[in-house]
Design a protein around this ligand. Structure first.
Ligand SMILES: [Zn+2]
Length: 216
């Protein structure tokens, strides 16, 4: 996982039959390829899960059984997505604890394959760089002046996430310039000031993967 901005990446989002990443399934996958900070391509497909989409899911994302008739199954859709994404950095909102789990699970199930792409999670970055505000995708998108129309459909959520990630870049740049964030010499992630037993210190946000600290 990275905590920094990269200008070339693929932002993605899923809609699912529910919130359980062990038993639920993907019913829509969308992605936007971004090159040099600018949108450069889209991938989006509804997915037929092969069973009735629970009402609770449809009531959130508006995806109904008849809409996924004739749509690819997730094996075909995931194959298309992985080809689209290549080895680019994946960016998404709350992907570490949600969306990526579906991708990892099903790539393993279909092909015994591990998805090794580096990724950035905008909900984790939002908590780091903009603490003290709501970190839902809609709140963050509004904060950065993006439209939240069509929220809870995958492609609309990708667009919002794109604005959030680009907005976080500006926040990071300002904080680096202001000096309340530094760059970790070990891993390149930001260092932030923390309070410890012996007073203030700089700690890497990559902790515990990176344990770099220095005196404040
Ligand atoms: Zn570090």
């Amino acid at each position: 996982m990275i905590y920094t901005y990269v200008p070339d990446y693929v932002v993605f989002d899923l809609e699912t039959t529910g919130l359980n990443c062990k038993t639920d399934d993907v019913i829509e996958i969308s992605a936007i390829k971004v090159m040099g900070g600018k949108p450069a391509g889209e991938f989006s497909t509804l997915v037929n899960p092969g069973y009735h989409i629970p009402y609770q899911a449809s009531s959130v994302n508006g995806i109904l059984d008849d809409m996924v008739q004739g749509c690819p199954d997730f094996r075909e859709a995931l194959d298309g997505f992985l080809e689209f994404a290549g080895d680019m950095v994946l960016v998404g909102h709350n992907i570490k604890s949600f969306d990526l789990k579906f991708l990892y699970r099903d790539a393993m199930k279909f092909w015994g394959k591990k998805i090794a792409n580096e990724y950035a999670d905008t909900v984790i970055m939002s908590r780091i760089y903009l603490p003290g505000m709501s970190h839902t995708l809609s709140s963050m998108a509004e904060h950065f002046g993006a439209s939240t129309e069509g929220a809870h459909r995958a492609l609309a959520d990708c667009k919002m996430t794109y604005y959030v990630y680009e907005g976080l870049k500006d926040v990071m740049d300002k904080r680096l310039a202001y000096g309340d964030v530094k760059c970790c010499p070990k891993c390149g992630s930001p260092l932030m000031k923390r309070n410890g037993k012996f007073g203030e210190f700089w700690g890497c946000v990559g902790y515990p993967a990176c344990r770099y600290t220095e005196r404040a």
